[in-house]
Design a protein around this ligand. Structure first.
Ligand code: FES
Ligand code: FES
Length: 186
C-alpha cells in the first residue's frame, strides 16, 4: 500500500495502463468504480462485489487484486493494468487470442479477470502444470465454460510462448510487464 503521509485533499495519482493519471476521488471509493465510472475502463466487471468471483480482477503493482475490494486511496501511487492495457495497438494480446481460439470465453463476464489472472500466472509459471493453472485461476469463477476450455487456453498460450522462445504472454501494450517476476523470464 502506498498511502501518502500528510495527505489533505482527495487527489490520487496512479499509472493506468502505462499512462499517469491524477484524479479527485473520495478515498473510500472502490478502485472498480474509479476504473469504470471515472476512467471509463469497463473491462473490469462487477459480479459479486464481495471479493469472491474475480470478475473485477486487475493487476496492481504486478499482483492480481479484486478491484471491488481496493479503496481508491490504497491505489495512490500504484501501477494498474486492466484488460484494456493488454492489447498491443489493434492486435489482441496473445492470451486474448488463445482464449478466443480455444473457446475460453462465452458470455465474457469472467473473461477479463480470467485473462489477467492468466497473465499473472504465466509471469510466475511460464510453463504451468494443470494443478498450477487450477490454483492460479482459483479466484476467478466462470458459470459458462466448465473451465476446461479456459485451462486449454492457458496451456495453449504457454505452449506458444515456449515454441516461440520468448515471453509474449507477459507483455503489455505499454511494452513492459507489470509483474516484478516477469523480467526474469526474458
Ligand atoms: S466483483 Fe470483485 S470479486 Fe466479485
Ligand atoms: S464465460 Fe460466462 S462466466 Fe465465464
Amino acid at each position: 500500500m502506498n498511502q501518502p503521509t500528510g495527505k489533505r485533499d482527495n487527489s490520487i495519482t496512479l499509472t493506468i495502463n502505462g499512462q499517469p493519471r491524477t484524479l479527485e476521488t473520495p478515498p473510500m471509493k472502490r478502485l472498480l468504480d474509479l476504473l469504470r465510472e471515472d476512467l471509463h475502463l469497463t473491462g473490469a466487471k462487477e459480479g459479486c462485489g464481495e471479493g469472491e468471483c474475480g470478475s473485477c480482477s486487475v493487476l496492481m503493482n504486478g499482483e492480481l487484486v479484486n478491484s471491488c475490494l481496493v479503496p481508491a486511496l490504497q491505489a495512490d501511487g500504484a501501477t494498474i493494468t486492466t484488460i484494456e492495457g493488454l492489447a498491443i495497438e489493434e492486435h489482441l494480446h496473445p492470451i486474448q487470442q488463445c482464449f478466443l481460439e480455444s473457446g475460453g470465453a462465452q458470455c465474457g463476464i469472467c473473461t477479463p479477470g480470467m485473462i489477467l489472472a492468466t497473465h499473472h500466472l504465466l509471469a510466475k509459471h511460464p510453463q504451468p502444470t494443470l494443478a498450477q493453472i487450477q490454483e492460479g485461476l482459483a479466484g476467478n469463477l466462470c458459470r459458462c465454460t466448465g473451465y476446461i476450455r479456459i485451462f486449454a487456453a492457458v496451456q495453449s498460450c504457454a505452449q506458444q510462448s515456449s515454441t516461440q522462445g520468448d515471453t509474449p504472454c507477459t507483455s503489455t501494450s505499454s511494452g513492459t510487464s507489470p509483474s516484478p517476476s516477469a523480467s526474469s523470464l526474458s
